[in-house]
Design a protein around this ligand. Structure first.
Ligand code: MLT
Length: 263
């Protein structure tokens, strides 16, 4: 069931289900918590699953909209956990932009983290070309709306097999992208462009980390995520066959199995 909660600058919309160790599921760009639909119920058998829409996305609204930095999201999530009465350190699971937020959260609120689950993400900052492309996309989305983003993003998000075999589910993700406010899309693009390179911080991540990537991820490739896992002292690396950039969404049974076996 969707809950709402007003907390400082953010009017949150989230799912909070189950009991047990708290598991925070943080979605990618430009999506919302529904990308975790295949996780929320099964994982709530073992965890207290908290799946919010990030401020500006889904049904969560915020007063601060441009840029939406990873640090802003991390601090807002720390506030949210406090408001939900979660004092125990959480298992922070983030996909792609959610993973950037996870690393920012670790840097700023380490005592709140029991474990990291980093899916289809990276520690490195953007290069200059990516920054420029993000700014051009931000300007375009503010004038044209989100439709062009659906066309450009879908082929990059999924493995070819997913696009061919699950057109209806892919269309559901397309409509989430389409319905994201252009101001939030632009704000997050500019926020991601500002994120620091956290590669040098990886050896200091002393909590257990689970690194997950789709075999065909074209945005954050397996080789890069493998190197990331090797830089963290307590990380394990997991390649999900048949998946692209949306590995937990594309291969939920494999991903959930992994989560049910870890603590
Ligand atoms: C995401 O899936 O969150 C995005 O691909 C992240 C990015 O644009 O770097």
């Amino acid at each position: 069931m969707i809950q709402t909660l007003v907390c400082k600058e953010t009017h949150w919309s989230l799912e909070d289900r189950g009991s047990g160790p708290p598991l925070l599921l943080v979605h990618g760009f430009p999506l919302d918590h529904t990308m975790w639909q295949a996780q929320i119920e099964p994982l709530s058998a073992r965890y207290r699953v908290i799946a919010p829409d990030l401020p500006g996305f889904g049904n969560s609204r915020t007063e601060t909209s441009d840029p939406l930095t990873m640090e802003f999201f991390a601090d807002q999530l720390a506030e949210l956990l406090g408001a939900l009465g979660v004092s125990q350190p959480v298992i922070f699971c983030g996909l792609s932009m959610g993973g950037y937020v996870a690393l920012a959260f670790w840097a700023r609120h380490p005592s709140r983290v029991a474990q990291l689950v980093l899916c289809d993400t990276r520690a490195a900052a953007d290069d200059e070309t990516t920054r420029r492309t993000r700014e051009l996309t931000a300007r375009r989305v503010l004038t044209e709306g989100t439709e062009f983003l659906v066309e450009t993003m879908l082929p990059k998000l999924f493995a070819e097999q997913t696009l061919a075999e699950r057109p209806g589910d892919v269309e559901t993700i397309a409509s989430v992208i389409r319905n994201t406010p252009p101001e939030s899309v632009a704000g997050a693009l500019r926020g991601m462009a500002l994120r620091p390179d956290r590669t040098a911080e990886l050896p200091d991540i002393t909590v257990p980390a689970t690194v997950v990537v789709g075999e065909h991820d074209a945005i954050t490739p397996p080789e890069e995520m493998d190197r990331m896992a090797q830089s963290m002292p307590r990380a394990t690396f997991h390649l999900l066959p048949g998946a692209g950039h949306m590995a937990p969404w594309e291969q939920p049974a494999r991903f959930n199995e992994l989560m049910m076996g870890s603590e």
